[in-house]
Design a protein. Structure first.
Length: 271
């Protein structure tokens, strides 16, 4: 099943439906090949900023911080022709697949429900079981996935608060990126960045307000990650070459320091 054919079927995990069943981890990132933007959570901002550009985009009625995996919608440059991830960091939202966090409440009464994409092709009677042998207690791995996604969700909420503060401080601006396609040049629409000059001109009180909102790490990470536009360029060139070659050599796309960096994914499960 290709990403273009994949139509999600999100079902809440329950004893009635999933006891006695299991799931397989995805063998590749083929499912993410059309994701060109991915939301970034608080705990992963510094990691993502080292590997890919970060930007602000409108999502519903608010701006959100995203990793830019391509400048073209429907095209993820970090997924190679063989489905392997090209790069030292994989956004948390993609590492959770095929699990989804559903919110069955609101405000202080919000409740989180772990759900599963049954159209992923990863539901089976083998693999990791959803429930322990008693058919009632969630399997340890199921509980870990729920905890992981709850932490990611709370991190997203923290970033949302920070981005709202940046917007209120008027330090965001449209990001003028022009994409050349053959003889044609067109502007990439709908993305914003930090206006560094405006940030530096803030009064002491306004700057302190951003610090209190947790907005300064978001702002500086976005500024630092601008340099990763060149990563997208190299990936695009490598993907083009891969149409005639069997594989993409990711070692030539990132600096040695980035390749050697190891991240403790499990640390994202902790407060």
């Amino acid at each position: 099943m290709t990403a273009a054919q994949h139509q999600p079927s999100i079902v809440a995990i329950s004893r009635e439906r999933h006891a006695g069943k299991g799931w397989q981890a995805p063998a590749s990132y083929e499912f993410a090949k059309t994701n060109h933007l991915v939301p970034i959570s608080a705990a992963e901002i510094a990691h993502a900023a080292r590997s890919m550009p970060l930007a602000f985009v409108q999502s519903g009625d608010r701006l959100v911080l995203v990793a830019m995996l391509s400048l073209l919608p429907g095209n993820n440059l970090f997924v190679g022709p063989d489905g392997k991830w090209l790069g030292p960091y994989i956004p948390a939202a993609l590492r959770a697949f095929p699990f989804i966090l559903a919110n069955s409440g609101a405000g202080a009464a919000e409740q989180f429900t772990l759900a599963f994409d049954e159209a992923s092709g990863l539901l089976s009677h083998e693999g990791t079981p959803f429930f322990a042998e008693d058919g009632v207690t969630p399997h340890a791995r199921t509980s870990e996935m729920l905890q992981f996604l709850v932490q990611v969700r709370r991190g997203n909420d923290a970033v949302s608060t920070a981005v709202a503060a940046l917007q209120a401080a008027e330090v965001l601006e449209p990001w003028p990126i022009n994409l050349k396609d053959g003889e044609t040049t067109r502007a990439v629409q709908g993305i914003s960045r930090i206006n560094e000059a405006a940030l530096n001109k803030l009064s002491d009180d306004a700057f302190l307000a951003l610090r209190r909102a947790g907005a300064l790490p978001v702002a500086y990470a976005q500024l630092m990650a601008v340099q990763n536009l060149s990563v997208l360029q190299r990936l695009a060139q490598a993907q083009g070459a891969a149409r005639q070659a069997p594989r993409v050599d990711a070692s030539k796309l990132f600096s040695p320091a980035m390749e050697d960096e190891k991240f403790d994914w499990e640390s994202l499960l902790k407060d």
